[in-house]
Design a protein around this ligand. Sequence first.
Ligand SMILES: Cc1cc2nc3c(=O)[nH]c(=O)nc-3n(C[C@H](O)[C@H](O)[C@H](O)COP(=O)(O)O)c2cc1C
Length: 367
Amino acid sequence: MTFTLAADAALLKPVRIGDTTAENRIFMAPLTRSRAHADGTPSDLAAQYYAQRAAAGLIISEATAISRESNGAYANTPGNYTDGHQAKWAEIAAAVHEAGGRMFMQLWHVGRMGHPEISGVETVGPSAIAADMSAHTPSGKQPLPVPRALEVDEIATIVDQFRLAARRAIDAGMDGVEIHGANGYLLHEFASDVVNQRTDAYGGSPENRARFTAEVVEAVAAEIGPGRVGLRLSPGGGAGDVREVDTVSTYEALVERIAPLDIAYLHLLIDPSTPTFGALRALWAGALVLNTGREVDTDFCQMESLAGWGAISAAAVGRAFLANPDLIDRLLLGAELNEPDVATFYAPGPAGYVDYPTLDEVRVASA
Ligand SMILES: Cc1cc2nc3c(=O)[nH]c(=O)nc-3n(C[C@H](O)[C@H](O)[C@H](O)COP(=O)(O)O)c2cc1C
């Protein structure tokens, strides 16, 4: 399917997201690529990969761990908790800026999606309820273990680790950070009334389940300034069968608590025709980034309409950006898009990472 974006399209207009001005409203969604070194240092190819995609209004990095213990869901995912990590991210931020782009770093803790064979430590979560999923560990596919419920003082430590990783991201030259509150990882697990069975201040009511994410956003905003903080949420679902019985009230409580902080943007991974989207849109006066993906490819026609109406500030696009470094040029020309190669999403090395051709390269090759 091709789509032609008019030169005066709403998606091509600049947009202010906190302290950053994005040159257009087509953002690159966070994409784990599993090319980092075993110690969490990003790959030598990462600067090239991200700089190739600098025409995105904003690049949101792959999920990046805030601590060694938080990095247990997949092998070779990066971190930002050592000087070595930070130095490599500084090269990446510089390469993206040099190419004219803007970049936020997505920060995560994988929670009960972690496996000790990858993280090296016991798996933790809000409650002792396992995700009905497997991890790809060094010794093969293993069921995810029953997590240990975090103690309250451990929650405070993790809040602080988010803060420190955010500080490192800014010191590395990133334009901001996106807190990963989506897709079934730790912060999402706390929001879920299915996975979070706690009876303390972090469980029970929607307000209590919102507390951990809110504390992370508050701590990070206090450290680096609210205009450099985004938050990603996936109301209604995520990997690891995390969900909510009452999605609307869960996320209303979270968004109401976050709203006064005036952060750079809220990033929702959601179908915009759902009541949840309508309810949250009504509560959120700030910039809103939408990613409709998962089962369906992004419908650029729908995104353009939503941006034109002001329902969204920007569209985040994952797989199409992964496979098309020159996505925006292709949309302007109505050109065919490269198909993403699923087999190399998480495979090591340059294939399927830095070798997707631009239109110009296709033309040269076929001349
Ligand atoms: C290979 C791959 C890696 C992903 N990694 C992340 C990630 O690190 N953080 C995140 O929040 N979402 C991640 N996602 C979800 C994407 O950001 C996005 O929500 C999803 O791909 C749907 O959007 P799309 O249809 O535009 O690809 C990943 C998706 C894919 C396909």
